[in-house]
Design a protein around this ligand. Structure first.
Ligand code: DC
Length: 219
C-alpha cells in the first residue's frame, strides 16, 4: 500500500514532532525534509562554498547523513537554520533534493514527510495534506524553552546569550525567506487541512491528525 502524508508549515510550529508521532502511530516511514536542507547548508559552510553550488555538492552533503559518526546535533543551531533557509532558494539544491524526497515518499507501507513544499511540489498528489502554523510569539517561546532545557541538560554555555527577541527576529527572517522565495515558497496547498497549534497541546494536534488520516484510510 502506498499512502503519503504531507505535513508542511512554518519553523517551530510543531510540525516535526507531529509528523514523527503520526508516523509512529500508523507505522509509516518518516522523513524530516528540513534535515536535507540543513545538511547541505552545513556541508557548504564546512567546505567554504559560497556560490556555484553543484549537483555533486548536494550528493556529497547527503552522504554525511549516512555516515554513522556524523552528529545530527551539528545541524540544529540558529546559524545552520538561517543558512538552510538561504540555500533553499537555490535551484540546483531544490532539484536534487526533490528526487530524493519523491523516492522516499513512494515507498510501500505509508510515508510521512514534513517540510515546506511537500503538499505543493514534492507530493502534490499526497493522500493527506496538513499545514501547521502558530503565532510567532508562541513559536518563539517554544524554541526558547527548548534552548533553556538543552542548555540546562548539557550544562553548556552555548547560546546562553540567546533571548526571546533574538528568536522572534530569527523566525521572522526565516518565515520571510521561506514564504517569499521564487522556487517552491512556503504556502499552504489549497487542499490542505489547516492546523493552528497556537492554543492547543501537541497531543491535541496529534489526535486531530490521527482522526483525519483514519477517516481517509477507512474509505
Ligand atoms: O524544517 P526546518 O526548520 O528544519 O527547515 C530548514 C530550512 O530548510 C527551512 O527554513 C527552509 C528549508 N526547507 C525547504 O525549503 N523545503 C523543505 N521541504 C524543508 C525545508
Amino acid at each position: 500500500m502506498k499512502f503519503i502524508v504531507a505535513i508542511d508549515g512554518t519553523a517551530a510550529s510543531g510540525k516535526g514532532t507531529l509528523a514523527k508521532k503520526t508516523a509512529n502511530h500508523f507505522g509509516f516511514k518518516y522523513l524530516d525534509t528540513g534535515i536535507l536542507y540543513r545538511v547541505v547548508a552545513y556541508y557548504l559552510k564546512s567546505a567554504e562554498i559560497h556560490s556555484e553550488i553543484s549537483k555533486q555538492n548536494v550528493q556529497d552533503s547527503l552522504r554525511l547523513l549516512i555516515n554513522k559518526d556524523f552528529q545530527l546535533s551539528h545541524l540544529r543551531n540558529e546559524e545552520i537554520s538561517l543558512k538552510a533557509s538561504i540555500i533553499s532558494k537555490n535551484k540546483i539544491v531544490r532539484d536534487n533534493l526533490l528526487t530524493y524526497q519523491r523516492e522516499f515518499a513512494m515507498q510501500e507501507g505509508g510515508t510521512v514527510l514534513d517540510g515546506r513544499d511537500i503538499g505543493t511540489v514534492v507530493c502534490p498528489n499526497a493522500d493527506i495534506k496538513i499545514f501547521v502554523d502558530a503565532d510567532i510569539e508562541i513559536r518563539a517561546k517554544r524554541r526558547y524553552d527548548q534552548y533553556l532545557k538543552k542548555n540546562s541538560n548539557s550544562n553548556s554555555n552555548s547560546n546562553s546569550n540567546l533571548n526571546l527577541s533574538d528568536i522572534i527576529d530569527d523566525l521572522t527572517k526565516r518565515d520571510y525567506i521561506d514564504k517569499n522565495r521564487q522556487l517552491s515558497p512556503l504556502v499552504s496547498a489549497k487542499d490542505a487541512y489547516l492546523l493552528d497549534t497556537s492554543n492547543i497541546t501537541s497531543d491535541d494536534g496529534l489526535k486531530k491528525i490521527i482522526q483525519i488520516i483514519s477517516r481517509k484510510l477507512e474509505k
